[in-house]
Design a protein around this ligand. Structure first.
Ligand SMILES: NC(=O)c1ccc[n+]([C@@H]2O[C@H](COP(=O)([O-])OP(=O)(O)OC[C@H]3O[C@@H](n4cnc5c(N)ncnc54)[C@H](O)[C@@H]3O)[C@@H](O)[C@H]2O)c1
Length: 288
């Protein structure tokens, strides 16, 4: 696999928070993307979201200068004629739905096309059971937002082939991402450490120990956390965080990983964080 962007083409499943921003990262590095979402409304909005993110990423200097932005196509079903070199699954954090979509899509790809799951917490080998050839599935846990964070956590499942790892790390190099390869496990390294901490921050808020601003200010000012745990939770999306915590609790047997009452209440009220315009903080309107 070459380092020429034109040698790579991504199909991305899921045009939500991560699917859109993975798309921005690829387009800004000159890699064409076919973006698929079952929700036509989301597809109608996502072009403007990606444009906004491309402008922001350029302003932050996080895209290669002089590289032409690649073409984006969208649809509610994968276009088999697109011929991706890698397929990235970034749909909701639900093991059953991910397994269904992976089982369906693998039959439409040539046998050697690597499949990436962007799951936050589901063990890759659990999802590999849904793929025709488990050797071609690998986890790439892009951080949010991927066009600003140069590191990615790569999860090599016990059945992931070396050729899959090589092809995917080569694609990540074209996207300017540095891969840290870890062993498969619920939540891997980053979600296993981060998500329970965000849950505890919400618990402290619910117990009335401190306000959201105080929790974040203490974690930023005293412990050097970049954005504060509750602002981070709002950035992730509180529905996605709750789903990931449920999976962590079920797969590790650690009951305290279950999403706390304060977090569940926010999700029930539709306060999902930046993507809905309100979470632990008010944003006025939904943020791209
Ligand atoms: N949000 C984060 O900060 C973050 C970070 C790293 C990884 N992740 C992981 O990335 C994945 C996506 O998370 P998100 O935050 O973007 O979720 P999201 O809820 O913002 O978006 C999910 C999208 O998937 C679409 N979808 C659902 N079923 C589909 C299907 N069968 N085919 C195509 N599209 C489908 C939905 O319509 C929605 O637009 C999850 O596995 C999540 O755990 C999230």
């Amino acid at each position: 696999m070459t380092n020429e962007p034109s040698a790579h083409r991504l199909t991305v499943l899921g045009a939500g928070v991560m699917g859109a921003s993975i798309t921005t990262t690829a387009l800004g590095h000159g890699v064409p993307v076919h973006l698929v979402d079952t929700d036509p409304q989301r597809l109608a909005e996502v072009g403007a979201v990606v444009e906004h993110q491309l402008r922001f990423a350029r302003m932050m200097g996080s895209l290669p200068a002089g590289r032409e932005t690649a073409a984006l196509t969208t649809s509610t079903k994968p276009d088999t004629a697109f011929g991706p070199t890698v397929l990235v699954e970034a749909i909701v954090e639900d093991a059953g739905r991910k397994a269904d979509v992976l089982a369906e899509v693998c039959g439409t790809l040539p046998p050697d096309t690597p499949i990436v799951t962007n799951t936050s917490s589901i063990p890759v080998d659990e999802l590999a059971g849904a793929v025709d050839d488990p050797a071609r599935l690998i986890g790439v846990h892009f951080m949010n937002p991927p066009y600003l964070i140069p590191f990615v956590e790569v999860i090599r499942g016990p059945r992931t082939a070396g050729r899959t790892l090589d092809a995917v790390t080569s694609m990540l190099a074209v996207l300017g991402r540095d891969a840290v390869v870890v062993r498969d496990s619920p939540g891997f390294v980053t979600s296993r450490l981060l998500h329970p901490m965000l849950n505890d921050a919400a618990r402290l808020l619910g117990e009335g120990v401190a306000s959201a601003e105080q929790v974040d200010t203490l974690m930023q000012g005293c412990l050097g956390h970049r954005t504060g745990p509750l602002r981070t939770a709002d950035l992730i999306g509180l529905d996605n965080l709750a789903d990931s915590l449920r999976i962590l609790a079920e797969r590790t047997g650690i009951d305290s990983h279950r999403p706390c009452r304060t977090l569940l209440e926010k999700v029930r009220n539709g306060d999902l964080g930046r993507k809905s315009g309100r979470g632990f903080y008010e944003y006025g309107e939904a943020q791209p």
